[in-house]
Structures are given as C-alpha cells and as structure tokens.
Design a protein around this ligand. Structure first.
Ligand code: ADP
Ligand code: MG
Ligand code: MG
Length: 905
C-alpha cells in the first residue's frame, strides 16, 4: 500500500552507482538538517553511505497520536528498507553477511547532542558470525556488537549508560589495560554476554512483553524489532527533557519534530587505517581560516566527542600512515563544502580502511568573534556579498563580545592551562555537579562548573554556571560546543586537573593545590587559563571586525539608533558605540542621593519660601546635569523626559519610618522629634496610592506641580543657551510622559513654550526646542492624530504601553506568572522582552495617525524593546525613524536594523 503523503526519502547511490537521492538542503523542515544535508552531499558527489530519511512530520503525527504509527507509514519504511538492502546487496540480519545501519535523529534546527542515535543496528547472535566471517576481524565484530547493545539499551530502553561503562571499566581492570582498544576479541565477546545480562536485569519485563520470555526481558534478536524500537526511540527523543530544555533556551519551536535517518554503517573501528572525526572548515572560536578539528584512529561515533581517548588534531591526519589519502581527500571536501554552502561548515566523517565517508555537515556554530571574522573574510574571498555578511551575524550573539575579560593589569598566577574552548572570562566558586551549579545559582552565588567532561544531562548546570571547566575532551567536545552556543566561557581538556566528583574536589598535578567545592576560581576561555581565586574582570573594547560589520550595517539600515542614557558617561559610551543621539534621558535618576532631600522638602512643605529654595537648588543641580549631557551629545538630539515616576518614590518608605518611630520611642527620644516623625509619616501615608503605576505620575505630576515641570524646562533651556554661548551645538528636546488626553499636551506644551521663550529673552538668543510626547497609553495611540497636532515628535514607551495594553504590572507578572504562560504556550515570548503583536499594532496605529495629522512628526521607540533584535525588526516594518536602547545594546540594534532593511529588499 502506498500513501498519499510522502514520508520517506532515499539518499545516496543505487547498486549501479547512480545517485537516487530524493531530497536536498532546502528540505530541512521535512528531512531535518542532517537528512537534508546528507542528501545535498550525495547530490554534489561526496561519499555518503546510502540510506533513507523518515520525515519530521511523521514524528509529529506519531507523537500527537499518543505514540501510534500513522496508517501505512511502517509499510513505506519497509519498502525503503528493502530498497536499501537491494542497493547495497546485503540484508539486515543476514547471518552470513549482514547489513548494519545507524538510526540517527536530526531536527530541522540543529540541537547538537540533544537527541539520540543508535549505531550498528542489525547485529544479533547469528549475524555477528557473518560479520566476523566477512571482515575476518573478530575483535572489530565483537566491539561493534557490545557498542550496539550498550547504545540500544541506553537510548532505546532508557537504561543508565553508567551500568555499561562500569562493566567496561571492570573488564579493563581485570585485563590490566587502560584503553578500550587493548581489549581482545575474547574480552569483548565476554563483555557482550555481560551486557546482555545487564539488559535482562534492568529492563522491566512487564513493560516489554514482546521482548520477554519466561518473565525475563532479553536483548531483541529480531533486527526488524530492533529497527522499529530504535525509530520510535528517536521520535521520542524529540521530547526528552534535555531536548525540551534546549529548545526553550534557544527559542526553538516545539512542534517541528525530528526526522530519522536510517543509514548504512561504515566503520572507523576496523583497525589502524580506520578513524572517525569531527571538524570545522574554519576555526569556530576565532574565525581563523584553518582546518580545525580532531580525530581518533580505530574508533567509532561518539568516541571523539566523549573525550574517551585523547584525540589528534586534524592537521596530523594526512601524515598518519594509511590515512594519507583520506586526509588529502578530506581537505578537498572541506573546500568543496565551503564553496557549495558559501559558509563555514561543521563536518562529521569516518574513514573505513583508508576510505573516507561523510556522515554529516551543516553550517557550523561559531562564537560572535568568529562570526564577524568569517563574514568579513568570506566577503573578501568573494564567497558572500556584503549584504550576506551583515545578515550572517546574529545580533543576539554580539552580546558575547561584551562579555567580561581578565583585566590586563591584573596580577595572577596561572594554576592550570587548558584549551581555550569558548571565549570570555568567568569567576565563581567551584562546583562539581550540575545539580550543585543549579543550587548555587538559585542561591544567588556565582559558580564555575568543574567536570571530567560534560554530557547532555549537565545542560541545566551549564546554564546556571558562569563558566565551564573540564579536564577531558577537545575543542569539539560536548562542553566546548554547548558553551560556545550559549556564549558561556569554557576551558576544557585541563589534564592536570584530577577531579574527584564524589568528594567534590580536584587536585592539580604538579602543585599542592586541591580545589574544594566553594573555592573561588577564575577562568579565561579566550586563553585557556585557570586561576585559583577571583581575578578582576573588565569589559572589552569594541574594535576591529565588529566595527567593520557595523559600518557595513550602517550602509544598509534605514532606521536610526539612539541610546537611553541619564548621565554624560553613558551618553559618551553610547556615542562610541555609534548611537545617533539620546532617545530617552530619564530625569528622575537625577533626583537620587542627596538630591532626594531637596525634592522631599519641596513635596512635603507648604510654605512658599522653603519650596522656592528647594526649587532653586534643584534648578542649579539640573542645569549642571543637562550641561554635561548636551555637551557629550554635541550636535545630536537629546530627548529629556520630564519627571515621570510616582512621587512617593522620592519619599521615605512608611514601613521604614514605622520602624524608626518605634525605635525612637524605645530609646526615649524627645517627644517633639517623635511627633515630627509622626507628622511626616501621616503626610506620606496621605500620598500613598493603591496602584502607583496608574496613579499620580507622568504628565499628571506636571499638572499638579507645575513648578517642578517649569524648573526642569528652565534648566534644559538654560543649559542649551549656555552651551550655545560657548559655541557648541546642543539639540535638546522636551518630552512629556504618560499623556492620554489631547488637552494635557495642549496645556503643558503652552507652559513649556512660555518658559523656553522667557529663557530665550533673558539670554538674548533664539532657542528652538522641540516638544513632544511619549505614547505609552492605549488611549494616546488611539487618538494619536489629535495629540500629534501638539507634538513635534512621538516616542513610543513600549514598556508602559505593554503594561497598560495587557493590564500587566511588570514587576508582578514577570516573576509570578509569565514563565507559566510561556510553558503553557499562552504567550509565544515574554512581551517585555520582545514586543507583542497587539502592542506593535498600537504603535503602528499611533504612527499612522500621528503622520496623518502632522506629516513632519518624528517617530521613535524608547522602550527596552529598542534593544531586542526581534522587536527592532517589527519596528522597522512599522516605519519608525529610530529605536533607542541601552548603550551596550546599540551595536546590536544597528545590526538588527540593517538586517530588517535587507529583509525588505
Ligand atoms: P548527533 O546528532 O548527536 O551528532 P549523529 O547521528 O550524527 O548524532 O551520530 C553520531 C555519530 O555516530 C556520528 O558522528 C558518526 O560518527 C556516528 N555515525 C552515525 N551514523 C553512522 C554511520 N552510518 N556509519 C558510521 N558512523 C555513524
Ligand atoms: Mg552528528
Ligand atoms: Mg513610561
């Protein structure tokens, strides 16, 4: 029976050497990344062991139906399996010459090491004899069988991998050997029996009646049973906890499913002319144009990544006797792949008795520094255009470059040196398990995760830790790959580190140092250095490759990028990052410290004299602030927002006062003093609001305390006049917050203009200061045309607009229930991180209406969303003239804005 939906796709050659591949690299959503690129490699003539791919959609159907196969799917798989056997001329399970296959997961978006793969499937107590006869290599055959039982038990049956590792170690101890490769065929044959015993002892017979005889589960001998169970297990691995966590971390959708690739085995464990390895066509840590990777002779599959034996660098391959030709060919393949994909590729290969086979390729993950360098160099090499180079750098990833580094002037002793696997420095207390890392992070303590090598179960701890340190594994080990992906600093392969995870300590060979749990350590993933104690860290400067890419980005972007900054230092910093002015200068931050006293005496006093004195003090202080700000931004716009927060933020907390009064009473303080405190408390109490966020704040303050607003406007105008006199070119703008009524802006604008013209008259000069408003309430967005008649600019305050559109109080909901909403898919993402579509629609409406009434109006965004790449893309679509974000996110916004513009083309 053939079905209507196509579920299975062949790849590789047929018996006559003809390419019968049905897929290609563009079919990742159907074939998964691995399947699509196996097809692509076969199509461009690279040596790919033949096989077939079962679609991701089949996985989702199977899983959605409660792990039941869609009608006909198993028949189709059967047809393709028979076809594969015909193409190879061998049958799975054939006792005289068995075909062995791997069953490999592969999702549309790469999730390295998160899902499962089974190798050597098809071996059983009979076919093992065929394998021995065909290869005349009993050691290899038994090694393959014991690996198969081990992987099948772990991946398909869910048994603890350590059960088998321990048995393997025990066998090595009995033989007195160190390495797996020193075990003989007889040892391995014995191990196969031991492994089968472990299987029977640990598999729940009741759960697997089909595998059970006389109440005992036995390792399945029927290859078709093996195959079906393995495919089902790979489907199931889409939903294993670590894959789910990884998707959450990387914002990958949960509804794609994984494909399953069933592929003929090739063997890297057939002796000294066989090998297996992983490689990158360029250095993924720093982007240098060099072949990069590791290989192991006489090994299979995960051996390289698992750090079981020490690997050799890929450059040695063509110098290794028996592997010279394969090594040369591999380098040609690197070039073919780079030219074909026009990007840096990551590769898995196996050499079987001198013959090279390609098992996987994809566009390789890289650090931010490498991404920049590779994009720039590939543009120079003609492999990509400037536009593509700009599109290739992930703005989120740029954050990595802003990671701290060891202070160059810091003095420290190097305790140990390992491989510089993922850049950036980290300081924290040593912890020796993933669980301890999570516990430390939850308790608010910074930690460094120290492991022999990490495995996918360590993911939660790796996320929780500041940095990762391992004693084994190379630069393509699990720890290194995952850390680079997360942007976490990582030093790996520190072989002087002798870790005792049980005792939670590590001795350092050649020293008398024993690192204990809780000891502070520092590591530098850029250099591979490990230090005992905390080294001072600094932020890096932005130069070189980042500047080049950002300059290119500036050529393409049409949206401006400004910064949110409240002081001259941040303003200067943002300017050095390429900000074109200040989109939001929050004045409330200028009222902290000792100035809090001044504003308190204004708010709390009724007599005019005290109030005037307070205002005069504030005026002097604010004028000084603005002089600094406008000077740092000479020639660029600076939008100053009038006082915005609820007034009580400047007052003592009633609770603290309560405590203080109780204290005074206990100590027998003078009655007058106590009475004064009580009056203060009563005053503050009278001002308290049930919902301060929706209370007396924003422009409502300027309506109730017009003197405060006038003072601020006077300070702005005076500072501008002063700088003009010095021959500078200040461009202040005045922003009135939280407007919802046309009349609010109309009246307040008139008052502001009056003060400005008064200052202009006093100073004897013209002062041109645009006045605009924040659009941060739904009502304002809806009547934006009427508001625009009184505004020179709008700045969308998308934080408050999100709060008021949803009726979410950010401080309450973000901690309490947004995570739950995300888990239950009620929200696609946190609306305070990436602007929500409903809120974006209000912004769009506000822009449209604003422009219709006032074509000259300037439109921007100053919420935190201005620094979020996904939001920046939405704002570009809406047609805003600029986004404004925190200084450190300016580079990222420039890049995201360019990518948005390029996506439009
Ligand atoms: P992952 O997605 O975790 O990388 P893979 O499916 O790529 O898992 O399998 C891991 C490793 O197993 C591969 O890198 C390769 O070394 C080995 N492997 C998979 N399929 C085969 C095969 N058909 N022949 C030989 N080795 C294989
Ligand atoms: Mg792989
Ligand atoms: Mg606001």
């Amino acid at each position: 029976m053939t079905e209507e939906v196509k579920r299975v796709y062949a790849f590789g050659k047929d018996a006559d050497g003809k390419n019968v591949t049905e897929g290609n690299t563009n079919m990742k959503s159907v074939l998964g990344g691995k399947g699509a690129n196996l097809a692509e490699m076969a199509n461009i003539g690279l040596p790919v062991p033949p096989g077939f791919t079962i679609s991701c959609q089949t996985c989702m159907e199977y899983s959605d139906a409660g792990n039941t196969w869609p009608d006909g799917a198993l028949d189709t798989i059967h047809e393709y399996r028979v076809d594969l056997e015909n193409r190879i001329g061998k049958k799975i399970g054939d006792p005289s010459d068995p075909l062995l296959v791997s069953v490999r997961s592969g999702a549309p978006i790469s999730m390295p090491g998160m899902m499962d793969t089974v190798l050597n499937l098809g071996l059983n107590d009979e076919s093992i004899n065929g394998l021995i006869a065909q290869t005349e290599n009993p050691r290899f055959a038994w090694d393959s069988y014991r690996r198969f039982i081990q992987m099948f038990s772990n991946v398909v049956m869910g048994l603890d991998g350590d059960l088998f590792e321990n048995a393997l170690n025990a066998a090595k101890n009995v033989r007195g050997v160190k390495s797996d490769t020193e075990l003989t065929a007889d040892d391995l044959q014995e191990l196969v029996e031991t492994f089968k015993g472990i299987f029977s002892d640990n598999v729940d017979a009741a759960q697997y009646p089909a595998l059970t005889q006389q109440g005992v589960a036995a390792f399945p001998q029927d290859p078709m049973v093996q195959l079906k169970l393995a495919i089902e297990a790979v489907f199931g691995s889409w939903d294993n906890p670590r894959a789910v966590l990884y998707r959450k971390q990387n914002k990958i959708a949960n509804d794609m499913g994984t494909a399953v690739n069933v592929q003929c085995m090739v063997f890297g464990n057939k002796g000294e002319t066989s090998a297996t390895g992983v490689a990158f066509t360029r250095n993924p840590a720093n982007g240098e144009k060099e072949f990069y990777g590791d290989y192991l002779v006489n090994a299979q599959g995960e051996d390289v990544v698992a750090g079981i034996r020490n690997t050799s660098p890929i450059a040695d391959l063509k110098k290794t006797p028996g592997l010279e030709e394969a090594g040369e060919e591999l380098e040609e393949v690197f070039c073919t792949l780079e030219n074909h994909f026009r990007d840096m590729c990551d590769i898995e290969f196996t050499i079987e008795q001198g013959k090279l086979f390609m098992l996987q390729t994809r566009v390789g993950k890289r650090t931010a520094a490498a991404a920049l360098r590779i994009a720039i160099e590939m543009e120079k090499e003609g492999l990509c255009s400037k536009e593509e180079a700009v599109l290739r750098v992930d703005p989120d990833q740029l954050d990595q470059l802003l990671h701290p580094q060891f202070d160059k002037d810091a003095e420290f002793d190097v305790l140990a040196q390992g491989l510089n696997a993922s850049p950036g420095a980290a300081v924290g207390e040593a912890v020796f398990s993933s669980a301890d890392a999570v516990a430390a992070a939850e308790a608010g303590r910074k930690c460094v995760l120290v492991r022999w090598e990490t495995n996918p179960d360590d993911l939660a701890g790796m996320i929780a830790a500041e940095g990762i340190l391992t004693s084994h594994g190379g630069k393509t080990s699990h720890a290194a790959v995952i850390a680079r992906g997360m942007g976490a600093p990582c030093v790996c392969g520190v072989d002087t580190l002798k870790i005792d995870a049980e005792k939670k300590q590590a001795a350092v060979t050649g020293t008398d140092v024993v690192i204990k749990e809780g000891d502070m350590i520092s590591l530098d993933g850029t250099t591979g250095v490990v230090v005992l104690g905390a080294v001072n860290m600094v932020m890096p400067e932005l130069t070189g490759d980042l500047d080049t890419i950002l300059e290119w980005a500036d050529e393409f972007r049409t949206m401006g990028v400004r910064a949110n900054a409240d002081n001259p230092e941040d303003a200067e910093l943002s300017r050095s990052f390429g900000a074109e002015g200040i989109g939001l200068c929050r004045t409330e931050h200028m009222f902290l410290g000792e100035r809090k006293q001044i504003i308190q005496s204004f708010i709390l006093n009724d007599d005019a004299e005290t109030r005037d004195a307070a205002l005069a003090d504030l005026l002097a202080a604010q004028t000084g602030d603005f002089l600094g700000m406008f000077k740092a931004q000479d020639g660029l716009p600076v939008i100053v927002r009038l006082l915005d927060p609820p007034l009580h933020e400047f007052l003592e907390s009633p609770r603290a006062l309560d405590v203080e009064i109780a204290h005074m009473e206990e100590q027998g303080a003078p009655a007058d003093d106590i009475a004064a405190k009580r009056r203060l408390m009563a005053q503050i109490d009278a001002m308290s609001e049930a919902n301060p966020m929706l209370g007396l704040r924003g422009c409502r303050l300027a309506i109730l305390f017009p003197e405060l607003a006038s003072m601020q406007v006077r300070a702005i105008a005076t500072a501008a006049a002063e700088l003009k006199k010095q021959g500078l070119d200040p461009h202040p703008e005045i922003m009135i917050p939280l407007v919802s009524l046309e009349s609010e802006i109309e009246q307040l604008r008139a008052e502001c203009e009056q003060v400005v013209s008064q200052v202009a008259r006093e100073q004897g000069m013209e002062l041109e200061i645009p006045i605009g408003t924040m659009i941060e309430l739904p009502r304002a967005a809806v009547i934006a045309d009427r508001i625009a008649e009184h505004a020179d600019f709008f700045s969308f305050g998308t934080n408050d607009l999100t709060q008021t559109t949803f009726g979410f109080s950010r401080d309450d909901v973000e901690a309490r229930f947004i995570p739950r909403y995300l888990e239950r898919h009620l929200l696609p993402c946190n609306p305070f991180e990436t602007v929500d579509d409903g809120v974006a629609e209000l912004v769009r409406m506000g822009c449209e209406k604003g422009r219709s009434a006032n074509p000259a109006i300037t439109l921007g965004v100053c919420g935190e969303h201005g620094g979020d790449p996904d939001s920046v893309k939405k704002f570009h679509k809406i047609g805003l003239s600029y986004v404004s974000c925190s200084p450190y996110r300016v580079p990222l916004a420039r890049l995201a804005a360019a990518q948005a513009a390029l996506a439009d083309k």
